[in-house]
Design a binder for this molecule. Structure first.
Ligand SMILES: CC(C)(COP(=O)(O)OP(=O)(O)OC[C@H]1O[C@@H](n2cnc3c(N)ncnc32)[C@H](O)[C@@H]1OP(=O)(O)O)[C@@H](O)C(=O)NCCC(=O)NCCS
Length: 211
């Protein structure tokens, strides 16, 4: 069993602890979080060990899961911690996830309970794909995306990097979602989503954009 530390001490971090309850490969030793008042407290029965920076000087092999949903925060944490060669960022795949044929994963992905991936799917690095979401055939998902619960991604969909896709969203086949976009809860996506835009509704409309 590999020792594993979760970064963050909020809701998503707790949900990773829930995933690990059923994963025989990892021994969860605790959490790290920059909120100093949390140090020494417990979450999901495990200690909050200290700030995230303590991992920079970790001198033994350790597996780490980033338990924070914000794409930008995940990115910053990874760019800092990758300097420590002792840190490994495994893919955590819930025992109830259905991972089909020719599904390729990079590193640091978290595939939550009851999510489904059918066939010929590429998933990059540090994506969160939350409970009950489905990814259809021939889809490509980039890096640092946060896909909230019960999102249905149809076949031949391409998703870039750093997107946040709200709970219950449905995306029809062959759609392209660019980078750095936000899609509100319960959206239905029937047209491509542009870079740096916030989109909501059935079907989606842009409510905000930025450079
Ligand atoms: C889209 C979202 C990010 C909010 O963005 P925001 O900039 O704070 O938006 P506001 O709340 O100011 O709303 C702006 C407009 O969009 C509408 N809107 C916001 N979210 C919406 C949604 N999901 N669906 C439809 N309309 C929505 C608001 O009603 C408002 O409309 P109005 O201008 O006609 O009054 C948020 O509402 C959302 O859906 N987040 C997803 C969260 C999620 O999935 N969490 C799961 C955690 S596990």
């Amino acid at each position: 069993m590999d020792d594993l530390i979760i970064i963050g001490a909020g809701g998503f971090a707790k949900e990773i602890a829930f995933l690990l309850q059923r994963a025989s490969e990892y021994n969860l030793i605790g959490f790290v979080d920059d909120e100093v008042s949390l140090s020494g407290q417990k979450l999901a029965g495990k200690p909050i060990l200290g700030p995230i920076n303590m991992l920079l000087s970790y001198d033994k092999p350790i597996s780490v899961a980033i338990g924070i949903a914000s794409s930008n925060v995940k990115k910053k944490i990874y760019s800092k911690l990758k300097k420590n060669q002792n840190i490994n960022f495994p893919n955590l795949v819930d025992t109830t996830a259905l991972v089909g044929v020719n599904v390729k994963l990079g590193i640091g992905n978290i595939l939550m309970a009851n999510s489904t991936y059918t066939a010929d799917i590429n998933i990059g690095d540090f994506n969160m794909i939350n409970i009950g979401s489905t990814v259809g055939h021939d889809s490509n998902i980039g890096d640092f995306n946060s896909i909230f619960p019960s999102v249905n991604i149809s076949g031949y969909v391409t998703i870039g990097n750093n997107n946040q896709i709200g709970v219950g969203t449905k995306i029809i086949q062959s759609i392209c979602i660019a980078d750095n976009s936000i899609i509100g809860a319960g959206s239905v996506v029937i047209q491509n989503i542009e870079n740096n835009t916030k989109n909501v509704g059935v079907p989606t409309r842009i409510i905000e954009s930025w450079e």
